[in-house]
Design a protein around this ligand. Structure first.
Ligand code: FMN
Length: 334
């Protein structure tokens, strides 16, 4: 099996925020970047076919320079298209490419990519090879511990080894199998049992591979515990719904000597970004739909959220008003 010449990018990213469609857009990533300067961020999944055939590539590819380190996630199964996509990712300045073999959406699987590809390791290996051969970025893969009846440890292990031989630089393993018939994507994130033991065994069996665990992490202490045995932890829903729970990542995971962040501080620091977005014709809701999660857990959060949401949706939220209500939060110490 190949060893990895360059672990530097991977070693930095002990914690990452999972790719999530309709959640981890560039605005949300800016919010998370205010919380952690280190965590690896991912784009939402980009279907390579859509990327290749659109003449609005910037809609898929643009990001803010503050978002680094940033991994772009591709879904697809055509090595030729992945070749083009790899070149674009490099030209656009992404730090890493991630290949999605974990999405159980029927729409995605009917195109024969996402989780169903786990049943075709050789095809996945060709896809990884194509990405690797056409850029100099690290190429990583996100997958499940199994799919449908193909859920033995041996199957998982040989899948990972074949893909490692094709050059994959890191494996993000969602510690659940995917059930393609009978469960929708949401159910596939809750009903199949979480099996951290399987991911740990995968690392024990392949100590030379970089293996990151994903699924069900809700606080920093759990991540620190997992990092004793694994190379990284990817956090999805909890980072989206409760971003402030993760505000000490840089101190507690990376040992940085930075001050704690609070909701009002983060929102106020984003004001120039929001103004810039509005100047370019964007809407406040594009950003505020993510910002409202920052007040989760704060007393009277509901009132603050309602103020922001109702005005923002009606496009009546002014920057002055946002500053005013956020300063109220600040006065209360949040
Ligand atoms: C709304 C939503 C959208 C998602 N979209 C993607 C996606 O685009 N690509 C992907 O690999 N996983 C996607 N996922 C799965 C997450 O990346 C992650 O694997 C899953 O939520 C389990 O992690 P968690 O328990 O920390 O949330 C999505 C999850 C959610 C909740």
């Amino acid at each position: 099996m190949k060893s990895h010449p360059n672990h530097s990018i991977n070693n930095l990213h002990k914690i990452s925020v999972a790719p999530m469609m309709d959640c981890t857009d560039k605005h949300f990533r800016m919010i998370i970047r205010k919380i952690s300067s280190k965590a690896l961020l991912y784009t939402e999944m980009i279907v390579v076919q859509s990327l290749i055939y659109t003449d609005k590539k910037e809609k898929f590819l643009n990001f803010n320079k503050e978002e680094h380190p940033l991994s772009i996630q591709f879904g697809g199964d055509n090595p030729q298209m992945l070749k083009e996509a790899a070149k674009m990712a490099q030209d656009w300045g992404y730090d890493e490419i991630n290949f999605n073999v974990g999405c159980p959406s029927p729409r995605v699987c009917s195109g024969n990519f996402g989780a169903s590809l786990m049943k075709e390791p050789s095809k996945v290996a060709k896809c990884i090879e194509s990405l690797k051969n056409n850029c100099s970025l690290p190429v990583t893969i996100k997958h499940r511990i199994g799919v449908d009846e193909e859920d033995s440890f041996d199957k998982l292990n040989s899948f990972v080894r074949e893909v490692a031989n094709a050059g994959a630089d890191r494996f993000t393993v969602h510690a659940r199998k995917a059930i393609l018939k009978g469960l929708n994507p949401k159910q596939n994130r809750t009903i199949p049992q979480l099996r951290y033991d399987v991911v740990q065994k995968l690392k024990e069996t392949n100590p030379q591979l970089l293996i990151e665990i994903n699924g069900g992490f809700t606080n920093i202490a759990q991540c620190i515990k997992a990092l004793n045995e694994l190379d990284g932890v990817m956090v999805g829903r909890s980072a989206y719904k409760y971003p402030l729970r993760w505000s000490n990542i840089d101190q507690e995971i990376y040992g940085e000597n930075t001050t704690s962040k609070c909701a009002s501080g983060i929102i106020l620091s984003l004001i120039p970004y929001i103004e810039n977005h509005l100047e370019k014709g964007g809407k406040t809701w594009d950003i505020c739909k993510h910002l409202i999660n920052l007040v989760e857990g704060i007393p009277n959060a509901k009132i603050w959220r309602n103020y922001i949401t109702s005005r923002s949706i009606k496009q009546e939220l002014s920057i002055d008003y946002l500053i005013k209500v956020t300063s109220e939060l600040q006065k209360m110490g949040y």
